[in-house]
Write a protein that binds this ligand. Structure first.
Ligand code: PLP
Length: 393
Protein backbone atom coordinates (compact mmCIF):
# COMPACT_ATOMS: atom_id res chain seq x y z
CA UNK A 1 0.00 0.00 0.00
CA UNK A 2 1.28 3.47 -0.81
CA UNK A 3 1.43 5.72 2.25
CA UNK A 4 1.45 9.51 2.36
CA UNK A 5 4.86 11.02 1.73
CA UNK A 6 4.65 12.97 5.01
CA UNK A 7 4.99 9.76 7.05
CA UNK A 8 7.64 8.11 4.91
CA UNK A 9 10.52 10.01 6.48
CA UNK A 10 9.22 9.64 10.05
CA UNK A 11 11.69 7.89 12.33
CA UNK A 12 10.36 5.82 15.23
CA UNK A 13 11.10 7.22 18.68
CA UNK A 14 14.50 5.80 19.73
CA UNK A 15 13.47 5.89 23.38
CA UNK A 16 10.50 3.63 22.69
CA UNK A 17 12.62 1.39 20.48
CA UNK A 18 15.19 0.68 23.19
CA UNK A 19 12.41 0.13 25.76
CA UNK A 20 10.85 -2.46 23.41
CA UNK A 21 14.20 -4.28 23.04
CA UNK A 22 14.72 -4.26 26.82
CA UNK A 23 11.15 -5.56 27.37
CA UNK A 24 11.80 -8.37 24.89
CA UNK A 25 14.97 -9.44 26.74
CA UNK A 26 13.09 -9.27 30.05
CA UNK A 27 10.38 -11.51 28.61
CA UNK A 28 13.07 -13.98 27.63
CA UNK A 29 14.02 -14.15 31.31
CA UNK A 30 17.05 -11.83 31.36
CA UNK A 31 17.72 -9.54 34.29
CA UNK A 32 17.55 -6.26 32.35
CA UNK A 33 17.95 -2.83 33.93
CA UNK A 34 16.13 -0.26 31.84
CA UNK A 35 17.48 3.28 32.07
CA UNK A 36 15.65 4.33 28.93
CA UNK A 37 12.35 5.46 30.38
CA UNK A 38 11.11 9.02 30.23
CA UNK A 39 8.54 8.90 32.99
CA UNK A 40 8.58 9.09 36.79
CA UNK A 41 8.51 5.66 38.47
CA UNK A 42 6.04 6.99 41.06
CA UNK A 43 2.32 6.41 41.20
CA UNK A 44 0.00 9.34 40.64
CA UNK A 45 -0.80 10.75 44.12
CA UNK A 46 -3.89 9.16 45.63
CA UNK A 47 -5.92 12.34 45.99
CA UNK A 48 -5.68 12.83 42.23
CA UNK A 49 -6.88 9.29 41.58
CA UNK A 50 -9.77 9.86 44.02
CA UNK A 51 -10.74 13.04 42.16
CA UNK A 52 -10.90 11.05 38.91
CA UNK A 53 -13.12 8.41 40.55
CA UNK A 54 -15.42 11.10 41.87
CA UNK A 55 -15.62 12.72 38.42
CA UNK A 56 -16.72 9.39 36.96
CA UNK A 57 -19.27 8.82 39.74
CA UNK A 58 -20.67 12.28 39.14
CA UNK A 59 -21.09 11.60 35.44
CA UNK A 60 -18.36 13.96 34.26
CA UNK A 61 -17.78 11.61 31.38
CA UNK A 62 -19.01 13.71 28.46
CA UNK A 63 -17.41 15.92 25.84
CA UNK A 64 -15.92 19.11 27.27
CA UNK A 65 -15.11 22.41 25.55
CA UNK A 66 -12.25 21.83 23.08
CA UNK A 67 -9.82 24.04 24.98
CA UNK A 68 -10.62 22.37 28.32
CA UNK A 69 -13.07 22.81 31.18
CA UNK A 70 -13.22 26.43 32.42
CA UNK A 71 -12.35 25.43 36.03
CA UNK A 72 -9.10 23.82 34.88
CA UNK A 73 -8.12 26.75 32.67
CA UNK A 74 -8.76 29.01 35.66
CA UNK A 75 -6.57 26.76 37.86
CA UNK A 76 -3.77 26.84 35.27
CA UNK A 77 -4.07 30.62 35.11
CA UNK A 78 -3.67 30.70 38.91
CA UNK A 79 -0.68 28.36 38.75
CA UNK A 80 1.02 30.59 36.17
CA UNK A 81 0.49 33.60 38.44
CA UNK A 82 1.68 31.86 41.60
CA UNK A 83 4.66 29.95 40.22
CA UNK A 84 5.77 32.16 37.36
CA UNK A 85 4.29 35.58 38.14
CA UNK A 86 2.58 35.54 34.76
CA UNK A 87 -0.91 36.78 33.99
CA UNK A 88 -2.78 34.70 31.44
CA UNK A 89 -6.53 34.81 31.16
CA UNK A 90 -8.40 31.60 30.30
CA UNK A 91 -8.74 32.67 26.63
CA UNK A 92 -4.95 32.51 26.43
CA UNK A 93 -4.80 28.91 27.70
CA UNK A 94 -5.62 25.62 26.00
CA UNK A 95 -5.64 22.25 27.79
CA UNK A 96 -4.36 19.50 25.50
CA UNK A 97 -3.91 15.75 25.28
CA UNK A 98 -0.44 15.87 26.87
CA UNK A 99 2.20 18.54 26.32
CA UNK A 100 3.21 16.56 23.25
CA UNK A 101 -0.08 17.35 21.55
CA UNK A 102 0.15 21.00 22.59
CA UNK A 103 3.46 21.14 20.68
CA UNK A 104 2.06 19.20 17.73
CA UNK A 105 -0.95 21.51 17.47
CA UNK A 106 1.19 24.61 17.88
CA UNK A 107 3.42 23.66 14.94
CA UNK A 108 0.32 22.83 12.87
CA UNK A 109 -1.15 26.30 13.39
CA UNK A 110 2.13 28.25 13.11
CA UNK A 111 4.02 26.75 10.22
CA UNK A 112 3.60 27.13 6.50
CA UNK A 113 5.51 24.90 4.10
CA UNK A 114 9.22 25.67 4.34
CA UNK A 115 9.02 27.74 7.53
CA UNK A 116 12.07 27.13 9.67
CA UNK A 117 12.15 26.29 13.37
CA UNK A 118 15.47 26.47 15.18
CA UNK A 119 15.99 23.39 17.34
CA UNK A 120 19.05 23.42 19.62
CA UNK A 121 20.65 19.95 19.82
CA UNK A 122 20.59 17.80 21.89
CA UNK A 123 16.82 18.02 21.54
CA UNK A 124 13.80 16.07 22.65
CA UNK A 125 13.20 13.43 19.97
CA UNK A 126 9.75 14.58 18.85
CA UNK A 127 10.51 18.23 18.01
CA UNK A 128 12.03 17.68 14.53
CA UNK A 129 9.42 15.09 13.55
CA UNK A 130 6.52 17.27 14.66
CA UNK A 131 7.93 20.26 12.76
CA UNK A 132 8.28 18.14 9.62
CA UNK A 133 4.72 16.82 10.00
CA UNK A 134 3.54 20.43 9.93
CA UNK A 135 5.46 21.09 6.69
CA UNK A 136 8.20 23.03 8.46
CA UNK A 137 11.96 22.62 8.38
CA UNK A 138 13.78 21.85 11.62
CA UNK A 139 17.06 23.76 11.68
CA UNK A 140 19.17 21.78 14.11
CA UNK A 141 21.89 23.79 15.83
CA UNK A 142 24.56 21.78 17.59
CA UNK A 143 25.44 23.16 20.99
CA UNK A 144 28.59 22.22 22.84
CA UNK A 145 29.39 20.73 26.21
CA UNK A 146 31.50 23.83 26.88
CA UNK A 147 28.29 25.89 26.99
CA UNK A 148 26.53 23.13 28.95
CA UNK A 149 24.61 22.29 25.78
CA UNK A 150 22.96 25.69 25.79
CA UNK A 151 22.35 27.74 22.65
CA UNK A 152 24.49 30.88 22.56
CA UNK A 153 23.26 34.20 21.09
CA UNK A 154 25.96 33.94 18.40
CA UNK A 155 24.81 30.48 17.37
CA UNK A 156 21.22 31.66 17.18
CA UNK A 157 22.08 34.71 15.09
CA UNK A 158 24.08 32.66 12.62
CA UNK A 159 21.05 30.45 11.84
CA UNK A 160 18.40 33.09 11.27
CA UNK A 161 17.03 33.43 7.74
CA UNK A 162 13.96 35.17 6.35
CA UNK A 163 12.14 31.85 6.78
CA UNK A 164 12.84 31.52 10.52
CA UNK A 165 9.52 31.36 12.31
CA UNK A 166 10.22 29.93 15.75
CA UNK A 167 12.84 28.77 18.24
CA UNK A 168 12.46 25.98 20.78
CA UNK A 169 13.78 26.46 24.29
CA UNK A 170 13.47 23.49 26.64
CA UNK A 171 14.63 24.30 30.17
CA UNK A 172 15.29 22.15 32.17
CA UNK A 173 16.21 20.08 29.15
CA UNK A 174 15.47 16.56 28.08
CA UNK A 175 18.00 14.97 27.52
CA UNK A 176 20.71 17.09 29.19
CA UNK A 177 18.99 18.33 32.38
CA UNK A 178 20.62 21.74 31.88
CA UNK A 179 18.82 25.03 32.57
CA UNK A 180 19.07 28.51 31.10
CA UNK A 181 19.40 31.39 33.55
CA UNK A 182 17.69 34.75 33.19
CA UNK A 183 20.64 36.46 31.53
CA UNK A 184 21.05 33.74 28.94
CA UNK A 185 17.35 33.76 28.13
CA UNK A 186 17.24 37.52 27.85
CA UNK A 187 20.11 37.57 25.33
CA UNK A 188 18.33 34.94 23.21
CA UNK A 189 14.94 36.59 23.65
CA UNK A 190 16.16 39.96 22.42
CA UNK A 191 17.44 38.41 19.20
CA UNK A 192 14.08 36.69 18.73
CA UNK A 193 12.22 39.97 19.22
CA UNK A 194 14.45 41.76 16.73
CA UNK A 195 13.77 39.08 14.14
CA UNK A 196 10.12 38.45 14.96
CA UNK A 197 10.75 34.84 16.00
CA UNK A 198 8.21 33.05 18.17
CA UNK A 199 9.67 31.29 21.20
CA UNK A 200 8.28 27.87 22.05
CA UNK A 201 9.14 27.48 25.72
CA UNK A 202 8.82 23.84 26.77
CA UNK A 203 8.75 23.94 30.59
CA UNK A 204 7.57 20.40 31.27
CA UNK A 205 10.45 19.74 33.74
CA UNK A 206 9.93 23.02 35.61
CA UNK A 207 9.22 21.28 38.93
CA UNK A 208 12.14 18.86 38.82
CA UNK A 209 15.13 21.01 39.76
CA UNK A 210 17.77 19.88 42.29
CA UNK A 211 19.94 22.96 42.71
CA UNK A 212 19.33 26.44 44.07
CA UNK A 213 18.78 27.67 40.50
CA UNK A 214 15.32 29.07 39.83
CA UNK A 215 13.26 28.11 36.84
CA UNK A 216 12.79 31.13 34.58
CA UNK A 217 10.28 31.32 31.76
CA UNK A 218 11.08 33.41 28.69
CA UNK A 219 7.59 34.94 29.04
CA UNK A 220 8.51 36.40 32.45
CA UNK A 221 11.30 38.57 31.14
CA UNK A 222 9.28 41.37 29.52
CA UNK A 223 5.76 42.07 28.24
CA UNK A 224 7.17 42.02 24.68
CA UNK A 225 8.73 38.61 25.20
CA UNK A 226 5.49 37.32 26.73
CA UNK A 227 3.69 38.34 23.51
CA UNK A 228 6.24 36.38 21.46
CA UNK A 229 6.26 33.24 23.61
CA UNK A 230 4.07 30.17 23.87
CA UNK A 231 4.56 28.24 27.10
CA UNK A 232 4.16 24.46 26.98
CA UNK A 233 3.72 22.57 30.23
CA UNK A 234 1.67 19.80 31.83
CA UNK A 235 1.32 17.35 34.67
CA UNK A 236 3.05 14.27 33.20
CA UNK A 237 6.38 14.84 34.92
CA UNK A 238 5.42 17.14 37.80
CA UNK A 239 2.61 14.94 39.14
CA UNK A 240 3.62 11.51 37.80
CA UNK A 241 0.62 11.60 35.44
CA UNK A 242 2.11 10.48 32.11
CA UNK A 243 -0.78 8.16 31.27
CA UNK A 244 -3.51 10.70 31.97
CA UNK A 245 -2.41 12.78 28.97
CA UNK A 246 -2.92 16.34 30.16
CA UNK A 247 -0.76 19.25 29.05
CA UNK A 248 -1.39 22.85 28.14
CA UNK A 249 -0.22 25.81 26.13
CA UNK A 250 -0.39 29.44 27.28
CA UNK A 251 0.25 32.21 24.80
CA UNK A 252 -1.21 34.94 22.61
CA UNK A 253 -4.97 34.65 22.21
CA UNK A 254 -4.91 34.39 18.40
CA UNK A 255 -2.56 31.40 18.53
CA UNK A 256 -4.59 29.71 21.28
CA UNK A 257 -7.80 30.31 19.34
CA UNK A 258 -6.30 28.71 16.21
CA UNK A 259 -5.10 25.75 18.29
CA UNK A 260 -8.61 25.39 19.74
CA UNK A 261 -10.13 25.30 16.25
CA UNK A 262 -7.55 22.73 15.19
CA UNK A 263 -8.13 20.36 18.13
CA UNK A 264 -11.91 20.69 17.77
CA UNK A 265 -11.49 18.70 14.54
CA UNK A 266 -8.74 16.41 15.83
CA UNK A 267 -9.36 15.15 19.38
CA UNK A 268 -12.45 17.27 20.29
CA UNK A 269 -11.12 17.64 23.84
CA UNK A 270 -8.69 16.05 26.30
CA UNK A 271 -10.28 13.24 28.37
CA UNK A 272 -12.87 14.75 30.71
CA UNK A 273 -11.91 12.52 33.66
CA UNK A 274 -8.22 13.39 33.35
CA UNK A 275 -9.13 17.08 33.31
CA UNK A 276 -10.97 16.78 36.63
CA UNK A 277 -8.03 14.80 38.07
CA UNK A 278 -5.66 17.57 36.95
CA UNK A 279 -7.93 20.17 38.50
CA UNK A 280 -7.44 18.44 41.87
CA UNK A 281 -3.66 18.29 41.22
CA UNK A 282 -3.53 22.07 40.72
CA UNK A 283 -5.99 22.99 43.47
CA UNK A 284 -4.16 21.34 46.37
CA UNK A 285 -2.20 23.47 48.82
CA UNK A 286 0.50 20.82 49.24
CA UNK A 287 3.40 20.29 46.84
CA UNK A 288 2.85 16.87 45.26
CA UNK A 289 6.26 17.03 43.54
CA UNK A 290 8.22 17.44 46.78
CA UNK A 291 8.68 13.73 47.57
CA UNK A 292 9.62 12.91 44.00
CA UNK A 293 12.11 15.77 43.89
CA UNK A 294 13.82 14.60 47.08
CA UNK A 295 14.14 11.03 45.83
CA UNK A 296 15.33 12.07 42.35
CA UNK A 297 17.93 14.40 43.86
CA UNK A 298 19.42 11.59 45.96
CA UNK A 299 19.46 9.22 42.95
CA UNK A 300 21.10 11.87 40.79
CA UNK A 301 23.95 12.27 43.30
CA UNK A 302 24.45 8.50 43.51
CA UNK A 303 24.36 7.79 39.78
CA UNK A 304 26.37 10.85 38.80
CA UNK A 305 29.20 10.04 41.25
CA UNK A 306 29.43 6.50 39.94
CA UNK A 307 29.22 7.35 36.23
CA UNK A 308 31.96 9.99 36.29
CA UNK A 309 34.26 7.33 37.72
CA UNK A 310 33.88 5.07 34.70
CA UNK A 311 36.95 5.36 32.45
CA UNK A 312 36.28 7.16 29.15
CA UNK A 313 33.02 8.72 30.32
CA UNK A 314 32.64 12.41 31.16
CA UNK A 315 29.57 14.26 32.34
CA UNK A 316 28.50 17.65 33.64
CA UNK A 317 26.13 17.44 36.56
CA UNK A 318 22.64 18.34 35.39
CA UNK A 319 20.39 20.72 37.32
CA UNK A 320 17.00 19.23 36.56
CA UNK A 321 14.76 16.66 34.81
CA UNK A 322 15.70 13.00 35.52
CA UNK A 323 18.45 12.23 33.04
CA UNK A 324 22.22 12.13 32.82
CA UNK A 325 23.66 12.79 29.36
CA UNK A 326 27.31 11.72 29.57
CA UNK A 327 29.81 11.82 26.74
CA UNK A 328 31.02 8.28 26.02
CA UNK A 329 33.20 9.03 22.98
CA UNK A 330 36.43 7.90 24.66
CA UNK A 331 34.86 4.76 26.10
CA UNK A 332 33.42 3.79 22.71
CA UNK A 333 36.86 4.21 21.10
CA UNK A 334 38.68 2.48 23.94
CA UNK A 335 36.25 -0.45 23.76
CA UNK A 336 36.80 -0.86 20.01
CA UNK A 337 33.34 0.12 18.75
CA UNK A 338 32.77 2.26 15.68
CA UNK A 339 29.72 4.12 17.00
CA UNK A 340 27.86 4.91 20.20
CA UNK A 341 24.83 3.02 18.83
CA UNK A 342 26.95 -0.17 18.57
CA UNK A 343 28.35 0.37 22.06
CA UNK A 344 24.83 0.78 23.48
CA UNK A 345 23.65 -2.37 21.69
CA UNK A 346 26.58 -4.41 23.04
CA UNK A 347 26.02 -3.05 26.56
CA UNK A 348 22.43 -4.25 26.41
CA UNK A 349 23.35 -7.64 25.00
CA UNK A 350 26.26 -8.33 27.35
CA UNK A 351 25.42 -6.55 30.60
CA UNK A 352 21.66 -6.14 30.11
CA UNK A 353 21.65 -2.41 30.75
CA UNK A 354 19.40 -0.38 28.44
CA UNK A 355 20.45 3.22 27.68
CA UNK A 356 19.31 5.47 24.85
CA UNK A 357 21.99 6.39 22.30
CA UNK A 358 22.47 10.12 21.83
CA UNK A 359 21.99 9.89 18.05
CA UNK A 360 18.21 10.13 18.53
CA UNK A 361 18.72 13.44 20.34
CA UNK A 362 21.10 14.81 17.71
CA UNK A 363 24.20 14.18 19.85
CA UNK A 364 25.92 10.95 18.74
CA UNK A 365 28.80 11.04 21.25
CA UNK A 366 26.46 10.88 24.23
CA UNK A 367 24.00 8.49 25.84
CA UNK A 368 20.95 9.23 27.96
CA UNK A 369 20.48 7.49 31.29
CA UNK A 370 17.18 8.01 33.07
CA UNK A 371 17.26 7.80 36.86
CA UNK A 372 13.54 7.20 37.10
CA UNK A 373 14.25 3.82 38.65
CA UNK A 374 15.22 2.61 42.13
CA UNK A 375 18.55 3.57 43.70
CA UNK A 376 19.59 -0.11 44.07
CA UNK A 377 19.05 -0.69 40.37
CA UNK A 378 20.95 2.50 39.50
CA UNK A 379 23.93 1.34 41.56
CA UNK A 380 23.81 -2.09 39.93
CA UNK A 381 23.51 -0.50 36.45
CA UNK A 382 26.50 1.80 37.05
CA UNK A 383 28.56 -1.19 38.23
CA UNK A 384 27.63 -3.15 35.12
CA UNK A 385 28.53 -0.20 32.86
CA UNK A 386 31.93 0.08 34.56
CA UNK A 387 32.50 -3.68 34.20
CA UNK A 388 31.55 -3.49 30.51
CA UNK A 389 33.91 -0.59 29.81
CA UNK A 390 36.85 -2.04 31.72
CA UNK A 391 36.46 -5.58 30.35
CA UNK A 392 36.58 -4.36 26.74
CA UNK A 393 39.78 -2.36 27.10
C1 PLP B 1 10.90 17.83 26.72
C2 PLP B 1 9.57 17.19 26.68
N1 PLP B 1 8.53 17.89 26.22
C3 PLP B 1 7.30 17.37 26.18
C4 PLP B 1 7.06 16.07 26.58
C5 PLP B 1 5.66 15.52 26.48
O1 PLP B 1 5.04 15.31 27.67
P1 PLP B 1 3.55 14.81 27.77
O2 PLP B 1 3.58 13.49 28.46
O3 PLP B 1 2.81 15.85 28.56
O4 PLP B 1 2.99 14.70 26.40
C6 PLP B 1 8.12 15.29 27.07
C7 PLP B 1 7.90 13.90 27.46
O5 PLP B 1 8.78 13.07 27.48
C8 PLP B 1 9.40 15.87 27.13
O6 PLP B 1 10.46 15.18 27.60
Amino acid sequence: MSLASRVKSLTPSPTLEISAKAQQLKKEGYDVIGLGVGEPDFNTPNFIIEAAKLAMDEGKTKYTPSSGIPELKQAISKKLKQDNNLLYNPEEIIVTTGAKYALYTLFQVLLNKGDEVIVPAPYWVSYPEQIKLAGGEPVVVETSEASQFKLTPEQLESQITEKTKALIINSPSNPTGMMYDEKELLAIGEICLKNNIIIVSDEIYEKLIYTAEKHVSMAQLSPKLKKNTVIINGVSKSHAMTGWRIGYAAGPQDIVKAMTNFVSHATSNPTSISQYATLAAYETDTDPTLEMRTVFSDRLDTLYNMIINVPGITCDKPSGAFYLFPNVKEAVKMNGFTSTDEWVKALLEEEKVALVPGSGFGSPDNVRLSYATSKDLLIEAAERIKRFVTSHQ
